[in-house]
Design a protein around this ligand. Structure first.
Ligand code: HEC
Length: 167
């Protein structure tokens, strides 16, 4: 019994030495709890973020159905890249947040129809689509500009977005 108690004391002692604050066991416990919470919180936020992406939402606008090929159409993607460079890079950057979000992995966040509707009618989307509205608020109310693209041009950009590495 005595031995057991000594062992217990030793463990507590070791624990307080290995902690940076030391001594204040209560504080240390608190810290540990916060640390633990943070970890689970991180996971939760990740889950929540994923849960926020509704890939069944097609948005509001002219596009109601898009079929993606099994493989990427490289010719279309190359044309899309050209249009993207001239019409979108004022606000979007590959690989990083700019005025708008990076297009990397956008197909994991949005349905193809939603993306095309956002490109073709951003005003209508922010007005009528809850996800676009939320994104608009997240980007501090800076609006996405309508670049007056044709559906075909928007479709090419969508194909180009498929070629981008996920972040
Ligand atoms: C004037 C700046 C501006 C221009 C130009 C612009 N965008 Fe945006 N875009 C934004 C902002 C800001 C957002 C975030 C939503 C909002 O604030 O309405 C956004 C959002 C998006 C989204 C949704 C991304 C997501 O993660 O859900 C897509 C897709 C998109 N833009 C594509 C394009 C394409 C393609 C072009 C070029 C044809 C373009 N944008 C041109 C500012 C711009």
């Amino acid at each position: 019994m005595n031995f057991f108690l000594k062992g217990l004391l030793l463990i507590f002692f070791a624990a307080s030495i290995s902690s940076c604050g030391g001594g204040d066991e209560k504080k240390e416990r608190g810290k540990l709890k916060i640390g633990e919470k943070k970890e689970t919180k991180k996971d939760d936020t990740k889950k929540e973020e994923n849960a926020n992406y509704d890939l069944t939402n097609k948005g509001v606008g002219p596009v109601s159905s898009v079929t993606l090929g099994e493989t990427i159409d490289q010719t279309m993607a190359a044309e899309g890249a050209k249009i993207y460079k001239t019409k979108c890079t004022a606000c979007h950057k590959i690989g990083q947040k700019f005025i708008g979000p990076p297009p990397n992995g956008v197909l994991d966040r949005r349905s193809p129809e939603w993306i095309m509707n956002m490109i073709l009618d951003p005003e209508g989307m922010v007005k009528n689509d809850p996800d676009a509205k939320a994104l608009f608020l997240e980007f501090n109310g800076s609006p996405m500009a309508n670049q007056s693209l044709t559906e075909e041009e928007a479709r090419k950009i969508l194909e180009y977005f498929r070629t981008l590495d996920k972040l």
